[in-house]
Ligand binder design. Structure first.
Ligand code: DGY
Length: 323
């Protein structure tokens, strides 16, 4: 029996590509450049499975009008707001993602950003490399402690919880949680956390606001000018979720006018383009979407995709089916 043909839109870790090669008939994108809509359309008519990443913008027009050959979109990543789910559903396609395996690394990166921005590590490194460091002095690049502060977590799924764990048990932070649904009392108790239903209240009380909710149109500009206004002037905004969750122009304004103390961002609306107004903010730490970027996690994400494909082609329900 011939192996299913799977179209892989970007290069994956070597070990995972080798496994794909063993189990399937893969088509790799050797250039590793993001594909356009036409490439994706073609891929859907030539392969049985499409294996995209967050860089593949699969809006409604990336789906062929007729029923495609592709039967499953096995996304390499947990977030899937780049895929038009209604179009996938209309064509009867299965969509899977890769939860769990990247929660720890993404939480680590949220803490990295909190430390970098509050301890002014980005500013310090730029100063040193630019030859501007004149030596130690009591007033030099003075930041803020994390220890004992209030962390407001928006979205208390797996990544939000791992972030809470690190903040609570590593830094003795007090955890506030905003979540669409009621969080189990036992889960809140594990982190000594309190659920705050009103997001305005959470942003107003927190010293750090860390975003861990899904992206997409439903959450576009969830953090807008009004909510930034409610934040303490000493507070920091951290985004490892999706760029569109924050109104980035309003954020740049809040950073420039000292309405908030700083921001740590790993994701951007329209990335890899980053607004000049953010690039110009010294009190913003900006990273190129590194949340899941460890060898262990990037391999685990690939194996998770493979598990989903193996189940699907064996006629079973894939473990991480979202549609
Ligand atoms: C995801 O998985 O959604 C990340 O943003 C990319 O690793």
């Amino acid at each position: 029996m011939s192996k299913p043909k799977v179209f892989v839109t970007r290069r994956w870790p070597d070990a995972v590509e080798a496994r794909l090669q063993h189990l399937f008939d893969p088509i790799f994108n050797d250039s590793d450049r993001p594909l356009g809509e036409m490439d994706l359309l073609q891929a859907m008519s030539h392969a049985d499975a499409l294996l995209p990443t967050v860089t593949d913008r699969m809006g409604a027009s990336a789906f062929p009008v007729e029923q495609p050959r592709v039967k499953i979109i096995a996304n390499y990543g947990v977030g899937f707001s780049h895929i038009d789910i209604a179009s996938a559903r209309n064509r009867g396609l299965v969509v899977t993602n890769t939860p769990d395996v990247l929660s720890e690394c993404t939480a680590d990166l949220a803490l990295t950003l909190m430390l970098m921005v509050a301890r002014r590590a980005g500013e310090g490194e730029r100063e040193l490399r630019n030859g501007g460091w004149t030596g130690w002095r009591p007033t030099h690049l003075v930041g803020q402690k994390l220890s004992g502060k209030i962390l407001g977590i928006v979205g208390f799924g797996r990544i939000g919880r791992e972030t809470a764990r690190r903040a609570r048990f590593g830094f003795g932070m007090t955890i506030l949680v905003h979540n669409r649904s009621k969080v189990d009392a036992a889960v809140l108790a594990e982190f000594g956390a309190r659920q705050v239903d009103d997001l305005d209240e959470l942003v107003g009380q927190s010293d750090f606001v860390s975003l861990h909710c899904p992206g997409g149109e439903a959450n576009r500009n969830l953090i807008d000018a009004k909510r930034l206004d409610r934040m303490k002037p000493t507070a920091y905004l951290i985004n490892t979720a999706r760029g569109e969750v924050v109104d980035e122009d309003a954020l740049a304004d809040a950073l420039n006018t000292a309405k908030i103390a700083g921001a740590g961002l790993d994701v951007f609306d329209g990335e890899p383009d980053v607004r000049a107004c953010l690039l110009d903010c010294p009190n913003a730490v900006l990273l190129p979407h590194l949340g899941s970027a460890t060898r262990e996690t990037r391999e685990a994400m690939g194996y998770r995709v493979i598990d989903n494909l193996v189940a699907y082609f064996a006629g079973d329900e894939p473990g991480d089916r979202v549609v």
